[in-house]
Design a protein around this ligand. Sequence first.
Ligand SMILES: *Cc1c(COP(=O)(O)O)cnc(C)c1O
Length: 230
Amino acid sequence: MSTIAENIAKVGARIREAAQASQRNLTDIGLLAVSKTKPAAAIREAHAAGLRDFGENYLQEALEKQTELSDLPLIWHFIGPIQSNKTRPIAEHFDWVHSVDRLKIAQRLSEQRPAHLPSLNICLQVNVSAEDSKSGCSPEALPELAKAVAALPNLRLRGLMAIPEPTDDIAAQHAAFAHLRQLRDDLALDLDTLSMGMSHDLEAAIAEGATWVRIGTALFGARDYGQPTH
Ligand SMILES: *Cc1c(COP(=O)(O)O)cnc(C)c1O
């Protein structure tokens, strides 16, 4: 078995155990493989081992890998910060966008989504750690943003996403994820998605209701940012 296939088995076991521990249905929890900085060959290997959904943060890098992998039926998720002049290729080449945090970006994605494609699945990124440096809309701004995005054509608002401040404090991990779930539940919208949990905190995220866990390091190994890939 390759290292990636072994890692997928290990992450799968962690997800299964976490689902069991919180009596959740395994089919309600998706594994999104975060392949940023990793070569197309790694994605091909992960696909051969059973994965289908891949998350990318850097547009140019993602487009190059998509071209190389166009023979595979992959589902692509954009999870990185979005500049407004980059929305068109995102609207054209992705199935999901997890990192929408302002209306202008959503409006552009809506206008630029090609008519022959299904609605673009959207998660609103929320800053649940109240850190100035992080992207994500504030919990206070969320209700108005969600209402406006839900009304846009060519988009399907699915739920919320967060990247809480990394911490080894398990109680703090639970608190941040529970906060995101509460924000989702408080919106009077029919939202089925919570994109939360990464390699180090997927257990807490699943316990608090994650429907996508976004896993990079635990699947593909540590990232090397020494060689710029974008
Ligand atoms: C890089 C990244 C991940 C994956 O993080 P790991 O700790 O490597 O699992 C998940 N979500 C987002 C938005 C990321 O940028």
